[in-house]
Design a protein around this ligand. Structure first.
Ligand SMILES: [Zn+2]
Length: 285
């Protein structure tokens, strides 16, 4: 593993190689959203709501950010591609259901694991990392606290791993070229258009993604800091946040930041809002 520890990133070299890259040289910034399945059997009570106040299903999208300096994949789905039926029939695993492989959706827009320069997750829970090992050749962007929770014994580890069988989904990243972010924000391409925001609480090193899109405007993909829009401007109260008070602080920070820069909050798991988003091969720019 080559580790570059960073609090202030160097802008990566401009690299125009690769078929997907070639096709995208005319654009400053593009965002694709992939359908990586749904989760059911959610209860309102586990989020501090009463039955009927929030939906009992969630969506699990993945995102591809295409910048002239490289491509960043954000989250990798809830069921590994190798376990998803080839005929497009829904594949069910516990409370997860998915009918589309992430790699097929990437291919449709000119990408494969070989030309994904950067990989990052909002966090390491199993509905976000199912295909992580496919991208072990990419440079992995991860907060130091999250890396420790994933690979070293810690209180967070006792709760969510390492005994979880799902660790097998990301075990190969241990040897990936890694940019270890020192529990802070990180400007991925050095131009302020794609910024990883440190938003701990759901996990120790949970992060969100700020994008400054030309036509769409600024957006903030909030990971699992929220699961539903009803949670915005509320204190966190979810059984699976490693810390509710820390999540509340991250929410307050993000709500203030989004107000300041005029960014729209995009909450990936919110199934009620999901239909308003255009899925790949369509894109946002
Ligand atoms: Zn999640």
């Amino acid at each position: 593993m080559t580790v570059i520890t960073t609090t202030q990133p160097e802008a990566p070299e401009l690299d125009q190689s690769g078929p997907g890259r070639q096709a995208d040289t005319d654009t400053l910034l593009k965002l694709y959203i992939f359908d990586c399945g749904k989760i059911d059997s959610v209860t309102a009570e586990e989020f501090g709501f009463k039955a009927g106040e929030i939906a009992t299903e969630m969506t699990t999208p993945c995102y591809l950010v295409v910048h002239p300096r490289g491509a960043l994949l954000w989250d990798t789905g809830e069921i590994p591609d190798s376990e998803i039926a080839v005929d497009g029939a829904p594949t069910r695993k516990r409370t997860f259901t998915s009918s589309r492989k992430l790699t097929d959706q990437l291919q449709e827009v000119g990408y494969s694991p070989d030309n994904i320069d950067f990989l990052a997750f909002s966090h390491y829970h199993n509905d976000h990392v199912a295909n992580a090992n496919l991208f072990s050749g990419s440079t992995w962007l991860v907060q130091r606290a999250e890396h420790e929770a994933m690979f070293d014994p810690s209180p967070d580890f006792e709760r969510f791993g390492p005994v979880t069988p799902d660790q097998k989904f990301f075990c190969e990243l241990k040897n990936s070229e890694t940019i270890l972010i020192e529990n802070c924000d990180h400007d991925v391409f050095g131009d302020g258009r794609v910024i990883i925001k440190f938003t701990p609480g759901h996990t120790a090193g949970h992060q969100s993604l700020f994008l400054d899109l030309d036509e769409t405007g600024p957006v903030l993909i909030t990971g699992d800091m929220y699961h539903y829009y009803n949670e915005v401007n509320r204190p966190a109260d979810f059984v699976n946040h490693v810390s509710n008070p820390l999540t509340t602080l991250s929410r307050q920070k993000i709500e203030a930041f989004s107000k300041e820069v005029g960014a729209e909050l995009w909450i990936p798991h919110d199934i009620v809002e999901a239909p308003k988003f255009r899925l790949a091969p369509e894109y946002y720019r």
